[in-house]
Design a binder for this molecule. Structure first.
Ligand SMILES: [Zn+2]
Length: 587
């Protein structure tokens, strides 16, 4: 692949037509067996995949072993490409593990209390990583990579009461659970010896042909091309990007059935970022305490443009919490039955009965997880699309986003357990939205900058002085740290806490922008910095082009804010954006 600075690969999965399914799944089973055998053989040599990484992964694997079960030279190359990529990624994680091994300590573990299950002490972990990173070369290893390994080590601790001594203790051999075969080791769509792929953009189809084992295990080429109708977005992408070698993959459905999909990987050029001098408007977005996201646009003269936007997830959190509860209950049942099963003598007739029950429940757990993750993904897509569209609508070329590192508790949900669950899911959702936003900003050429949230929800956006928050506009006698109404003692400005925080994030963005324009040096400001200017709201400017949908659509007015309930129940987007832009955002 070319350098990632100017190009970026996009992946679109397309289900193979029915006539090719059986053969493709057999191919995936055969290659998965080979990949897993090779992984098991090479696992003791993991370290070598950390250093010698020049050239394609399949060549490196080929230096050590030949196919444990040969089905043709190019077939093995594709399989060993998968093996090599897995091992290189694992070797990288091992490097991260070796770095954190000396700092793993009990301080990372938050002991069980009456209110919370045992967990990870995230602030201690964050602090330790920050210190560790200072001792490393710049960009040697990312914060997220280190955090990821530490969290896995903490999970290990929960099970074993001690931290792992070696990476191999922590990580079992990463065998593939479902089939995956990249064709990157082959000679390309026209000359490939394991696959052929041709696009016909006029008729909008791809012709795909592949080698596979028949039901007797004999390998053939498929006699005819499989015709795959291409989705609109893939056609559009192919017209301006370069089609890379595809990956054949297996997906498991909730009911246990399997399907084969082909990942079309298209490399496109990243959009150019706007020059700093052309950036005039900033969209500030805040992870809310009461809403999932709040966004407000501000121009470089510190005037708010348009109205704030709130993304309230309404019944979503409750639904997700219910699914989590269902999963926890099923897990408990499984654990109990596993214990009973263990206690039985090996030849006891009831063992088969237990096995059957356990299989059903495990499938059900799997189904719940998928549902849960699907919902999160859908919401994350929606949220990131809304933000990008808002930025466009208000002519913002800079998206100023509250950092992910400090997470607020949501303060929502009934009782501690409910709050804990919502919190857990919000953490996942935010990560997902974050990832998608970065990616979409790259795609459409929107600048993206992170701001530290310190003080943003306890500063008056109007005069810039520290301000307290209260339960509601009617309860201004007692300040509450997580209160949803901000009141400024100095200028008597007051407003919704999340809205104020989003304006403050936008103010930080403006201060950053002004510095970039004046000095060309990137430097973030803190909330108390005099360069962070107060914002005035004229009420003029662009209005929101995203009408709320769904029922009941009647807004309820409370204080300064208008709520549109049910917005997410029928989550779809409408926009006056050009089709091509809209497709990009949604694809
Ligand atoms: Zn004020």
């Amino acid at each position: 692949m070319r350098t990632s600075r100017i190009h970026q690969p996009l992946t679109y999965d397309v289900r193979l037509p029915d006539e090719a399914q059986a053969d493709a799944l057999r191919l995936l089973d055969a290659s998965r067996a080979v990949v897993n055998q090779a992984l098991a053989i090479l696992w003791p040599h993991l370290d070598e995949f950390a250093t010698d990484r020049v050239g394609p992964a399949w060549k490196q694997v080929g230096k050590y072993i030949a196919s444990p079960s040969p089905h043709g030279d190019r077939q093995w190359r594709c399989e060993s490409e998968v093996v090599g990529r897995v091992l290189r990624a694992q070797a990288e994680r091992k490097q991260a593990f070796l770095l954190v091994l000396p700092i793993l300590s009990d301080g990372f573990i938050r002991p069980k209390t009456d209110k919370c299950p045992p967990g990870k002490n995230r602030s201690a972990i964050k602090e330790a990583i920050t210190i560790l990173q200072k001792s490393l070369e710049e960009d040697e290893i990312s914060f997220v990579a280190l955090q990821n390994v530490i969290e896995q080590a903490c999970n290990y601790y929960f099970h074993h009461d001690q931290f792992p001594a070696t990476y191999e203790d922590l990580q079992s051999i990463p065998l593939l659970n479902v089939g995956m075969l990249t064709y990157a080791g082959d000679d390309g769509g026209a000359k490939g010896q394991a696959y052929r792929l041709a696009l016909d953009l006029d008729t909008g189809v791809a012709r795909f042909r592949f080698r596979y084992p028949d039901s007797a295990g004999v390998w053939h080429w498929r006699k005819v091309d499989t015709i795959i109708p291409l989705p609109e977005v893939v056609k559009e992408r192919c017209a301006c990007g370069e089609l890379m070698a595809p990956t054949l993959r297996e997906e498991q459905r909730a009911d246990g059935s399997r399907i084969a999909v082909l990942d079309f990987i298209i490399e496109v050029e990243k959009a150019d970022l706007p020059a700093w001098e052309n950036v005039e408007h900033v969209l500030g977005a805040d992870w809310g305490v009461h809403t999932l996201l709040t966004a407000t646009a501000v121009d470089e003269h510190s005037e708010q443009i348009g109205r704030p936007f709130f993304l309230n997830t309404g019944g979503f959190d409750g639904r997700q919490a219910r699914t989590r509860r269902q999963i926890d209950e099923l897990k408990k049942k499984v654990a109990k039955y596993e214990q009973e099963w263990d206690a039985l003598p090996p030849d006891h007739p009831k063992r088969a009965w237990f096995n059957q029950k356990l299989a059903v429940w495990r499938r059900e757990i799997d189904r719940c997880w998928r549902k849960y993750e699907r919902r999160n993904r859908a919401l994350a897509h929606l949220a990131s699309n809304v933000l990008v569209l808002l930025a466009r609508v208000h002519g913002c070329s800079l998206l100023s986003m509250e950092s992910l590192k400090t997470l607020k508790t949501t303060g929502r949900g009934k009782g501690v357990r409910g709050r804990w669950r919502n919190y857990r899911n919000n953490t996942t959702i935010r990560g997902e939205i974050w990832r998608l936003l970065r990616y979409k900003c790259h795609l459409i050429g929107l600048r993206f900058h992170t701001e530290q949230p310190r003080g943003t929800s306890h500063t008056c956006p109007h005069c810039g002085r520290p301000a307290k928050t209260y339960h509601s506009p009617a309860h201004l006698d007692e300040a509450v740290r997580w209160g949803r109404w901000l009141f400024c003692d100095t200028c008597h400005y007051n407003g919704d806490r999340d809205y104020c925080a989003s304006v403050n994030i936008a103010r930080l963005g403006i201060a950053y922008l002004v510095q970039m324009k004046q000095t060309g040096k990137a430097r973030s400001c803190s909330m108390t910095d005099p360069r962070v200017k107060p914002v005035s709201y004229t009420g003029a400017g662009a209005v929101l082009l995203l009408p709320p949908t769904g029922s009941p659509a009647r807004p309820s007015i409370s204080g300064k804010i208008c709520y549109y309930p049910g917005w997410l129940g029928s989550a779809f987007l409408q926009s006056s954006q050009k089709n091509s832009v809209f497709l990009r955002l949604c694809g």
